[in-house]
Write a protein that binds this ligand. Structure first.
Ligand code: GLY
Ligand code: MN
Ligand code: MN
Length: 427
């Protein structure tokens, strides 16, 4: 019986053999990358393998690991041997995965690359001088990464389970009155990871901080009776990410009513992520949905059509609806509409939209609408939009709550998408 990993490996071999034939290459090397260091320091930056190399193996890849692909041959893994007394040894992991590979162990000084054929292309950092330039190779292989194999979806399901456990613990820490730092630590403990292992630095914002889209500071201040927690944080499984956001509030007030209605809208959008839908259209539907919420919650008195014409929803929802998700949290190829690298850029009504493709079965995407009270954008609207119809007293009332984002990870299907986040039981 072939395992999910073997099927995945065969799909990659096929994909890269097609690329070699297309570009007339004899070989492709994928490099995981080397460690890098802080300036004039012997302390290294957190390390993540290049995703193009990581994709090939069912465990997290360390530095200075190489994959050599040649047509009609098993892929070769060049595994770095560490034989010093400062570090733990790093044997090649055991397992059935080895059946698909030639494995060569190499010391740093070993010249494993001298026999590579003439037309060898390189993907990854620190390309060796012998590699031939191959414009278009990266776009060719990146395009296919959007549609995940069953092995990849399984990894993302596991990453979702761990991320969801973290969110449940974070909510409890918030309700217990903990600081942003303590909430983040509760998230990390429950999702079984250190901060360096997170797929992206977790965003943990209390109250007004919930309005800062990429709030990275984790305050140690205990906020008695904090109103809002916005936590955007995920986990990863051999590199495959989950990217989950939840917003909690302490009281059953009108901000909580706004959270509930945004949540209903978000779940409806998740159900709409089916093959053949263009993500740009889903983003436009979201802007109309935000306008409806602004009207119904008495934040803006203009009709949905008037709000859209004046770009009022973008004041409260200034980012894109979502993005491709995979080994990179903002996975590659979101604006790419074919293998040759043709780009479809978002238009002026949605400049930050990271995904403009038509959805296909087994793409994994995020759906992450938000509604924020961001002083800078509200002041800009007041200065630039005449008759904006917004109730400034009502906005003043909501400003201390910061904002809301709700983000799930969804596998696109032909009819009913799979919501990896809700499937964990996280509400
Ligand atoms: N956590 C980054 C994002 O949601 O896109
Ligand atoms: Mn996120
Ligand atoms: Mn996201």
């Amino acid at each position: 019986m072939t395992t999910l990993y073997q099927e995945h490996l065969n799909a990659l071999i096929n994909r890269y053999e097609n690329a070699m034939a297309h570009f007339g290459l004899d070989a492709i090397v994928l490099a995981s990358g080397e460690k890098s260091y802080y300036f004039q320091d012997d302390h290294a930056h957190p390390y993540h393998a290049y995703s193009g190399a990581q994709q090939w193996l069912p465990f997290s890849l360390g530095a200075e690991t190489y994959i050599v692909l040649k047509a009609s041959e098993k892929p070769t893994l060049i595994w770095p041997i560490r034989d010093d007394f400062w570090h733990a040894p790093n044997p090649v992991p055991n397992g059935d995965w080895q059946q698909g590979w030639n494995i060569i162990t190499a010391k740093k000084t070993d010249k494993w690359f001298i026999d590579l054929p003439k037309r060898t292309a390189w993907l990854g950092p620190q390309a060796m001088p012998f590699a031939v330039a191959c414009d278009g190779l990266k776009a060719y292989v990146d395009f296919a990464k959007a549609v995940k194999t069953d092995f990849e979806i399984k990894a993302m399901r596991q990453a979702s389970v761990r991320g969801a456990a973290g969110h449940t613990a974070a909510k409890e820490a918030f309700l217990a009155g903990m600081s942003e730092l303590e909430i983040h630590l509760a998230f990390l403990t429950a999702s079984q990871q250190s901060a360096f292992q997170e797929p992206y630095p977790g965003i943990v914002g209390l109250d007004e901080h919930a309005a800062v889209l990429h709030y990275e500071h984790k305050s140690i201040e205990q906020v008695t009776n904090s109103r809002t927690l916005l936590i955007d944080a995920g986990a990863n499984e051999h590199g495959y990410a989950s990217d989950i956001t939840r917003t909690f509030t302490r009281h059953n007030d009108d901000f909580n009513a706004l959270i509930k209605d945004l949540d209903t809208m978000e779940q409806q959008l998740c159900r709409s992520a089916i093959s053949g839908v263009n993500f740009k259209d889903l983003h436009q539907d979201t802007l109309a949905g935000i306008a409806t919420l602004l009207f119904e919650h008495k934040i803006c008195t203009l009709s949905v059509e008037e709000q859209l014409a004046k770009q009022i929803p973008q004041v409260f929802f200034p980012h894109g609806l979502g993005h491709l998700l995979g080994l990179q949290v903002h996975d590659v190829g979101g604006h790419q509409i074919d293998k040759s690298g043709t780009l479809s850029k978002p238009d002026d009504s949605a400049p930050f939209l990271r995904l403009t493709r038509t959805l296909e079965k087994n793409m994994v995407i995020t759906i992450e609408p938000g509604l924020y009270f961001i002083p800078m954008l509200i002041e800009k609207m007041q200065a630039e939009v005449s008759n904006h119809g917004c109730d400034m007293a009502r906005i003043q009332h909501f400003l201390p709550y910061g904002g809301i984002r709700i983000e799930d990870n969804v596998v696109v299907k032909n009819d009913l998408p799979v919501n990896l986040t809700r499937e964990t039981g996280l509400t």
